[in-house]
Design a protein around this ligand. Sequence first.
Ligand code: SF4
Length: 472
Amino acid sequence: MTVPTPTPPRAPRPDAPPPRTVVLLSGGLDSAVAAACARADGFEVHALTVRYGQRHAVELEAARRVAAALGVASHRVVDLDLRAIGGSALTADLPLPPAAASASAGAGPAAAASAVPATYVPARNTILLGLALAHAEVLGAADVYLGVSSVDYSGYPDCRPAFIEAFERLARVATKAGAEDGVRFRIHAPLQHLTKAETIRRGLELGVDFSLTHTCYDPAPDGAACGRCDSCRLRREGFAAAGVPDPTRYAPPATAQPATVRVLELYRTLQGETTFAGAPCVIVRCSGCPLRCSYCDTAYARQSEGLELSVEEVVRSVAELGPGIVAVTGGEPLAQPGALALLRALCDTGRTVLLETSGAFDIAPVDPRVRRILDVKTPGSGMEEHNRPENRALLRPTDELKLVLVDRADYEWSRELVRRERLAERCTVLFSPVHGKLAPAELAKWILDDGLPVRLQLQLHRLVWPDRDRGV
Ligand code: SF4
């Protein structure tokens, strides 16, 4: 591959006001350094942040902090929700990839990974640069900076030199300023050929405070980085390779979990609920639950002790039961400290892992690869006071929210909750009628009459195996 020479900055006349530039500022480490480079190159920096449907608002807060610390001339935040298009683990109902081996943070281009990761957002940089170009044209700026690197993230085609060069050519013919006024737009990617470690060193030279930046794909509710995702791994390795302390605030590592769980049933069936209904599935039913829902159909799981199995034994048994998704359910799995280790171990096998949980326990420590099916207990359940509202703030597009409804009062309560908290914009919301108490046809009519963006969920196993209560 031919490596093009980075575009040198224009030299402003000594008596002229500094030329303007637009910098795409995400709040991450790289864009902060790119903005500092623009400032060091003598530009008046106008930062542009795009709220494109990122999983976390923490990143946008970081962009505001970085912009303020750099003393930019302006900082604009534009909403353009790419979740309407999806296609990425960052903007759609796709699992985040686990931290995986890829290019070494301190290595050169030859060591870079070549596969496009699931965190690639289709055409993101084309779209973001388009917005930056528009902003630049309005500001009378001819320069745009962005913090892409083709070294650590060479899997992303829109981080490569060929893309940057092509966009620069496009900018000159696609704008009035370029086509009629002869403005020669320039796209600066000052980190293009730097490793993460080199970027960090460059940022330190320019006075970037990296504690203000944020890169984690899966931060804790208080904004602490997870320390496990691919983005955290690259960042950590970058600081280590640069030989400087990493100022990132990482969530404390999970305390050692007992490597056992009490299991009541382990069997293969068709998944009966969730958007995976009908798919071959291995069920791991944990025993015990502190709740007493009025409609509970798994009282046996609450009352029985089950069998204490090591995480390794459960993982082995799941493997022996054949392929497909695996659902860890109960009872209440999260009532057992060992459930976290089990979920992590099941994810490590590469399967799609579902967790069905009552909503009475903190879901934050659950492995981010798990698809969490979170109950919200309605008044009719008699367990409403056990709901943890803070769990709802943690919902991701890969999660599902389930409300089991006893009657019309439950429906109206749930409808108001969904509307008030705009839950259907966060993840799939399931309304499930209690068997024998609320007719599905009635619930369907209410949903349709109200135009509520939720899914009617029927318990498939009750339809397929109406005379069996267990093992289905
Ligand atoms: S949370 Fe689930 S297992 Fe526990 S009582 Fe309610 S329905 Fe039963």
